[in-house]
Design a protein around this ligand. Structure first.
Ligand code: WAQ
Ligand code: MG
Length: 272
């Protein structure tokens, strides 16, 4: 008897987490059919061991099946760059875009301050994102050292090809941009999401972004000084009927596969 393809998982979620001295170093993940898992595992291990933040001590790889009926397909957010002269101008521009998205000035300032301090209470980088009330700026996640990880999202092979072509034309085809777009794409589908703010924890990567359902992914070439190791992510939620369990379940467990890129919009000048 032929096995029904519906009885077998078509895709697996493969996730890597690297740490050193108990501290988060890096994480990455993919959704892939079984025959790609071996090569992906090797690439993820290589990545863990060559991270610019330092050599990993502990590396874990998790592989779980994705039930086809739970897979959601979507399109990536639109992308644009706001040109800024330096990270201070970048922060001011990002603050304004957060307010356009519906985040209060208080909450935007609180998130920027927290990211600048490293996110976790001891000043180290968080493994996941902080969740904030978009009005009061209060932290909403249960574990403020770890935060909440957005997980189980990836691009199809076709979407990867199209995205890489579009990014390459703009000199932006690097793993930071591709992965951040994929992550933001999933975060913008979360119940009650208002906006996301991010800048990298990699000392040699200064760019960051603000994303919101209304305007997509707005990137700033500088949101922190070169050499700075502290970075992170803040996800802002509307306090009206916020449900922590539902949001965490969505971010960590539900699977989203992006089948096509969003639009690429012309660059903007920050202005003041
Ligand atoms: N879920 C939640 N938070 C995460 C996740 C995740 N899956 N992955 C990383 N973070 C948090 C964590 O605190 C990291 O320390 C922080 O985000 C930064 O992660 O358009 O490279 O991977 O040029 O260093 C954005 C700009 C780059 C890209 C972001 O982030 C562009 C970047 P990194
Ligand atoms: Mg990083």
């Amino acid at each position: 008897m032929l096995a029904s393809p519906l009885m077998k998982p078509l895709l697996y979620s493969i996730r890597m987490h690297a740490s050193s001295g108990g501290r988060h170093l890096s994480g990455a993940e993919h959704l892939a059919p079984p025959d790609e898992l071996e090569a992906l595992a090797a690439a993820l291990v290589r990545r863990a061991l060559t991270h610019p933040g330092g050599r990993a001590e502990h590396v874990t790889i998790n592989i779980d099946p994705v039930l086809p009926e739970t897979l959601r397909q979507a399109r990536l957010p639109d992308v644009r760059t706001v040109r800024v002269a330096d990270w201070e101008q970048g922060r001011r521009a990002a603050h304004r875009w957060l307010m356009v998205a519906g985040v209060s000035a208080t909450a935007a300032t609180a998130a920027m301050y927290a990211l600048q301090q490293g996110g976790a209470p001891d000043g180290s980088a968080m493994r996941g994102a902080m969740l904030l009330d978009a009005v009061s700026g209060a932290r909403l996640e249960a574990d403020q050292a770890r935060g909440v990880r957005a997980s189980r999202m990836d691009l199809t092979a076709d979407a990867t090809l199209q995205l890489r072509q579009a990014l390459a034309q703009r000199g932006l085809d690097n793993a930071h941009v591709r992965e951040a777009l994929t992550l933001a794409g999933k975060v913008l589908l979360a119940p009650g999401i208002v906006a996301e703010l991010c800048w990298s924890d990699d000392p040699d990567y200064t760019a960051g972004y603000v994303a919101a359902p209304g305007f997509g992914y707005v990137r700033y070439p500088a949101l922190k000084p070169l050499g700075e190791r502290r970075g992170g992510r803040a996800f802002f939620f509307s306090p009206n009927d916020f449900d922590l369990d539902r949001v965490v379940n969505f971010l960590e467990r539900e699977t989203v596969l992006f089948t096509r890129p969003g639009r690429f919009l012309p660059d903007l000048e920050a202005g003041e």
